[in-house]
Design a protein around this ligand. Structure first.
Ligand code: ADP
Length: 471
């Protein structure tokens, strides 16, 4: 097996002989001959492309278009190979060992200069010396060939007592520019909502959340009776979907204030690692961490997953084994939290590309619409009330109505942006009172666009079922 970074912009360092041997052994034992032959051919193909790539690099350097094309071919085929190998022989821990080898070679070749190298060297700083000395003395640096079992610290975050594993984590984080803290605790700020009183409109959703989740948590005695009499239980997963900027994140933050429960944002862009096989593992450890936190604190924990579609997309449209695997992991994670005290709230602007099985797994699905006119008025008042130059407009119901009509169709987020711009417009007019014209000008200046509400609604046939029956 030849080694090259999965990322085509990184250099390649040649074979990891031990890994190659382990793979050959596994292929020899594999009962599924079609799969083993396919993997073997793909491996040969990767080696051929890599040979050609090295040749071209030696002859003409790395800047030629042939070199770039070969790198693209290598990167794509290596991804496929890694996906198939880790799918078929998970115990081989193929991607982890590829990285380990890559990193050792990288350390050995550390004299070459590259921009990204500095990041990696920093991550390596503690380990460089020892790894170098070990490789010089011929000692093996390969991690033990066993399945990785994550461990967690007091806060439920993953730790490791395996320095090599730590090394791999650090390097893969540094190479991708991402750290591994996937669960970010939401810390309320001056502008974040403290409870539902700060959320404009969304009355039905507030009522449903109140009946479905808040009462259940704040009044466990009543919850017990509701369960005994009607089978009502707390939903463990809720999917909010609809146009961006309409308050999916905002209302979840408010919910965490209402039930005085910690909220963690699962950072999908970090979970979605470009490194093969890391995504599913990242997801799993993030959910495990959330469960541990709720167990430790003995209270429910909210996990908010924004842009859930970026991981849980429709498997029908995907061909990469890794993509399929991460959807499967997501399904497992959602099932797993049903036994725990964690409530997942997923959010997406792209309901239609979300994997149907993931959609089905959510106990409740709620369309978060653009604000209606009452909600727009409330939001306007909320924006203007703290401003002394907004008081005149506030005291004029007709003007407020005119602005409301103009703002109908925009998202909450756009309305907040337009309001800020309107205030600046008034300031530019010799610090005048904020007026209707300032708003009209701001609508044009900000270039905010009205989302196509019908398109979002057409994406789903889901009716608005009640929140409150967990499966
Ligand atoms: P989404 O998650 O649906 O894309 P957000 O919840 O991030 O949208 O909303 C973006 C911003 O719009 C929020 O930070 C907040 O300032 C404002 N906002 C959204 N909904 C509301 C609301 N109902 N009341 C007050 N402000 C809101």
């Amino acid at each position: 097996m030849k080694i090259s970074s999965i990322n085509s912009s990184k250099p390649s360092f040649g074979y990891d002989k031990r890994l190659n041997k382990s793979l050959q052994t596994q292929l020899g034992k594999c009962k599924n001959t079609v799969m083993s032959q396919t993997i073997a051919s793909l491996n040969d193909y990767c080696n051929l492309v890599e040979d050609n790539l090295r040749e071209e690099e030696k002859k003409n350097g790395p800047k030629t278009s042939l070199y770039q094309d070969l790198q693209d071919m290598l990167s794509t085929s290596k991804q496929m190979l890694s996906g198939f190998v880790s799918f078929t022989f998970p115990k081989l821990r193929y991607p982890d060992r590829e990285y380990a080898h890559y990193n050792r070679e990288f350390v050995k070749n550390g004299s070459q200069k590259d921009d990204w190298r500095a990041d990696v060297m920093e991550a390596l700083s503690e380990w460089t010396e020892s790894e170098l000395s070990k490789s010089k003395t011929g000692q093996s640096n390969n991690p033990k060939d066993e399945l990785y079992q994550p461990k967690f610290d007091e806060d439920g975050m993953e730790i490791t007592d395996d320095p090599k594993k730590d090394l791999i984590n650090k390097i893969s984080g540094a190479l991708s520019g991402k750290d591994k803290s996937l669960l970010e605790e939401f810390k309320p700020s001056a502008t974040s909502p403290k409870g539902f009183q700060d959320v404009a409109g969304m009355d039905k959703l507030k009522k449903d959340l109140n009946n479905g989740i808040i009462q259940f948590i704040n009044n466990p005695e009543q919850a017990k009776i509701d369960f005994e009499e009607y089978g009502k239980s707390i939903p463990k997963s809720l999917l909010l979907y609809g146009p961006p900027g309409c308050g999916k994140t905002y209302i979840t933050q408010a919910l965490s204030g209402e039930i005085d429960t910690p909220m963690y944002m699962l950072n999908i862009s970090k979970a979605g690692s470009e490194y093969i096989n890391m995504t599913a593992k990242n997801l799993k450890s993030a959910f495990d961490a959330a469960i541990r936190i709720s167990e430790k604190q003995q209270k429910p924990v909210l996990v908010f997953m924004d842009e859930i579609d970026s991981l849980g997309f429709d498997r029908g449209a995907q061909t990469w084994p890794e993509d399929i695997k991460q959807v499967a992991t997501m399904l497992q994670c959602i099932d797993q939290v049903k036994q725990s005290n964690v409530i997942i709230i997923g959010a997406t602007n792209k309901y239609n590309i979300l994997d149907p099985a993931i959609r089905r797994r959510f106990d409740s699905k709620v369309f978060v619409d653009i604000p209606d006119k009452d909600a727009i008025q409330t939001l306007l008042i909320k924006n203007l009330a703290p401003l002394s130059k907004g008081q005149k407009l506030l005291s004029s119901p007709d003007d407020l109505k005119t602005i409301t009509n103009q703002l109908y169709g925009f998202s909450n987020s756009s309305i907040c942006i337009i309001s800020k711009q309107a205030a600046l417009n008034a300031m530019e007019r010799d610090r005048a009172d904020i007026s209707v014209d300032d708003y009209l000008k701001a609508i044009k200046e900000t270039g905010e666009e009205k989302p196509d509400r019908k398109q979002y609604l057409a994406e789903t046939k889901t009716k608005s079922a009640k929140i409150g029956f967990g499966s």
